[in-house]
Design a binder for this molecule. Sequence first.
Ligand code: MV4
Length: 506
Amino acid sequence: MYRKIKKVLIANRGEIAVRIIRACQEMEIASVAVYSDADRSSPHVLKADEAYRLGPPPSRESYLAMEKIIEIATRVGADAIHPGYGFLSENADFAQKVLDAGIEFIGPRPASIRAMGDKTEARKLVRSAGVPTVPGTPDAVDDLSIVRQFADEYGYPILIKAAAGGGGKGMRVVHSADELSAAFSGAQSEARSAFGDARVYVEKYLEKPRHIEFQILADKHGNTVHLGERECSIQRRHQKVIEETPSVIMDDEMRRKMGEMAVAAAKACRYENAGTIECLVDKDRNYYFLEMNTRLQVEHPITEMRTGIDLVHQQLRIAMGEKLPFAQHDITFRGHAIECRIYAEDSLNGFLPSTGRVTHLKPAQGFGIREDRGIEQGGEISVYYDPMISKLVAHGQTREEAIAKLKRALKEYEILGVKVNIPFNLFVLNHPAFVQGDFDTHFIAKYFEPGALPFPTEQEERVAALVAAMLEEGTIALRLKGELAGSANHHPASSKWQQKRFDALR
Ligand code: MV4
């Protein structure tokens, strides 16, 4: 079963591509980047051993172009493809095409992706393994009377969900019988346009849940372990903002029970590689399986910091057919890790993406701080992709220490050219309810209003815009907090860099 991987193609961009390339370098595996025209001088292209153009910036012509990606992998002799997250990472057809080309897919088998991608199928599968799920209809429903029957039996509120769904699309909360009909057809048509599949099913709606997920690892020999939980309740419109581990509501006993449940859920679909079991937990600490994410997740670093286990190394070893080098009892947890996402967005104006050139970038450093980023000073935040600039991770001995370190790092972070959500992150980290651990998935909807942020005056905005423009032009160098922070001329356009980029374009 052992199959050495000597070269990996990374079918992704940004920070996760860089993260995976670094793991390849550490394991002396050659790395192959692919890129769109918008990314031709991005860090993932510069860092990889080889880089190949996919096409124009739109994802469907670049990072979603399955055939192009597989053709490049075949041509350059890649033994494996790592899909990262997003894009093709949970596309069972892509995973199958990769295998059909004789290339290893670094992730689960296509059948597992498919089983977990259908939400009613996934629920049935894990239920049969004894995993608790929220009360709901076992199958998709196309008849309003069955929905009404369910609501009459379990009471309102209920939640209509897309069977092909996930991520909150095609979801409708129904509070009373008179809303039912409109919500049902609304969910169906939203599901049809989002997934090309109008099927919906129904669950009892949990009103104030926490979102807690478990990281699992499974090898090809039937060994499956969990790496503890991540508390992901702090999110805005299904976009996570802050993640931490451990969750303040967890204790060793609950972690052991939920961990066993997560392992059972993974085993139910004969899961392989890294995956995440998403759960809802109510105020009485009852927990329910929600869905499985069959990929490496954005927030995986907090688990790495608390367990000391490099998840991408493990993914690569599993793909090579190696056995997990640890059993459940070998996995230990140390301290507290917390991550926030730095997005190029305007928190004061409806969180609109803020595009443009990053004219100045001096990220935070120091003991207990890790930053995963896929853009450098001089790089461009475009309209084509997710506006995440960076993931800032703090690890400390206690929750208080980790929060203090993350706050310090956010205040130290210097970035100009685009608006970023640093003040918004600080708002959450300073909020008394967050500090006390007293929150659920509605935290931001409940507490946040733009007035809560220390918004700049019109004059400050004008000065900032002027400074950014002068930096870009190279007419000034910026001094911040008394330190020379580097001028706009300090673009990474060294001759070595130019050469590498030239190679990449050939
Ligand atoms: C729920 C729920 C309450 N009750 N299911 C949101 C996306 C998808 N993963 C499932 N989601 C939810 N399912 C029942 N039966 C509340 C949510 C939910 C949510 C879940 C996790 C994190 C943030 C959320 C925000 C709103 C709703």
